[in-house]
Design a protein around this ligand. Sequence first.
Ligand SMILES: Cc1cc2nc3c(=O)[nH]c(=O)nc-3n(C[C@H](O)[C@H](O)[C@H](O)COP(=O)(O)OP(=O)(O)OC[C@H]3O[C@@H](n4cnc5c(N)ncnc54)[C@H](O)[C@@H]3O)c2cc1C
Length: 424
Amino acid sequence: MGEDHVKSYYAATANDGARYPRAQGEMTADVCVVGGGFSGISAALTLAERGYSVVLLEANRIGWGASGRNGGQMIAGISGEHNIERQLGAQGRELLRAIRYRGHEIIEGRVAKYGIACDLKHGWMEAAAREKHMPHLRDYVERRQAEGDGAGLEIVEPHEMAHVLGTKIYHGGYIDRRSGHLHPLNLCHGEARAAASLGVKIFEDSQVLEIKGGSPCFVTTAQARIKAASVILAGSTEHQFQRGPLRGLTFPTGSYIIATEPLDEATAQAINPQDLAVADSNIVLDYFRMSADRRLLFGGRCNYSNRDPADLRASLRPRLVEIFPALADKRIDFAWGGRIGIVLTRVPAIGRLEPNVYYLQGYCGHGVNTTHLAAEIVCDAIAGTMEKFDLFEKIRHVRLPVGRWMGNQMLALGMLYYRLRDLL
Ligand SMILES: Cc1cc2nc3c(=O)[nH]c(=O)nc-3n(C[C@H](O)[C@H](O)[C@H](O)COP(=O)(O)OP(=O)(O)OC[C@H]3O[C@@H](n4cnc5c(N)ncnc54)[C@H](O)[C@@H]3O)c2cc1C
C-alpha cells in the first residue's frame, strides 16, 4: 500500500480528493509513465493531447512527492544555466531563450483550457541577500533586456525595497512579472484530471518493481504488467532504477516549509503588498510567498546531508522572524518537508537509458516550470522531434562514484562551503 500525502497546507486545502485504482492485470499502451508528479502527469497529458495511449503508474498518490509539497514558485528558466552556456555555447544560449518561459506557457495554457483552480498569480522576485549580490542581479536583468528577452523584468533598487517588501533585510533585487506562484498540489491534481478525461489510465498504489527494456518494454508492479512501446521514468529522486547513466547522478536533499496561520489583511499588505513569490540570492536560500488564504508559506533550510531537522517549526521560525519581526507571535499551522533532486552540474538530467526508455529528473529545486518543459521535450523526442532532447543529452554531467549515503555527505560538505560563502 502506498503512502498518503504528507500533512501540509496543500493537502489540507486540496480541491480534489480523487483516488485512482491500483493497477491490475495485463495492459498495453503506447507509453508507460512511471511517477505521478509534475514530470509524469505533464508528460501523460501532453501525450494524450497528441493522441497516444498512456498508462501512468504512481507508487503512492498523485502529487505525493515534491510536486505536491513544494514552495509553489513558478520561476523562469532552469537551474544550471551557466553550465549549459559553458558547455553548449551559442546553441545553449538559444536553447535557454527558447525554453525560459515554456514551462509557464504550458501551465498557464492548461489552467485556462481545463479550468484548473490552483491560485495562479504572477509576480516573482529574487531579493539580494547581500549587498555584493545586487550588481550580479542588475547585470542579469540588463543582459536579458539587451538581448530583447527582458519584458517583465524590473530592477528594484535598495532604496525602493520598502515599497516592495516589509523587511529591511534585503539589498534590492529584481521582479519578474511573468513568473509567479501557485498551489502545486491543486495544479497536479487538475492536470491529472485533464489527462484522465483524455483517456490516460492513471493508477495509484502501484509501485513499479521492474522495467524490462526492449521492443516492446514490459513494466511490472505487484499486480500488473504493462506492455508499452516506450517508457518514461518521470521523477526527481525516488526511482530505484538508477541504472547506467543515472548511477551517482542525482542526490536527494531535504527542503522544508512552514505555513503561518492566516494573516489579517493589514499584516499581509505590510509584509508583501504585491503578493510576490520571493527567493533570496543565496545558494542555500530562503523562499516565501502568501497562500490564497493569506498565510505566509516560508521555506528553506535545505539539508544536503539528507537528515531532516527534528523540529521543523523550531528550525525555520527564527529565520522567518528575523525577516518579518511582525510575525513573531503568529501561530505556525503546518510544517512539512520533501526531497529535492540535486545534480552536481545543476542541469536537469534529461536522457535515455535505452532507445525507448526515457528519464527526466534532477531539477535542483527549480521544478515547477522545468518539469513541464522537460516533459514536453521528452514527448517531442518520442514523436521524433529531437533537437532540444539531443542538446540535453549532450550535457556532460558529473557523477559521484559512491553510494547515495556517501554522495550526500560529500554534497553536504560542498554545500557547507557555499553556506559559509553566503554568510560572509
Ligand atoms: C520542499 C520543496 C520545495 C520546493 N519548492 C519549489 C519551488 O518553489 N519552485 C520550484 O520550481 N520547484 C520547487 N521544488 C522542486 C519541485 O517540487 C520538483 O523539482 C518537482 O516537483 C519534481 O517533480 P517530479 O515529478 O520530477 O518528482 P516528484 O514530484 O517527486 O514525483 C515523483 C513521483 O514518482 C513516484 N515514484 C517513485 N518511485 C516509483 C516507482 N517505483 N513506481 C511508481 N512511482 C514511483 C513518487 O511516489 C512520486 O510521486 C521544491 C521541492 C521541495 C521538496
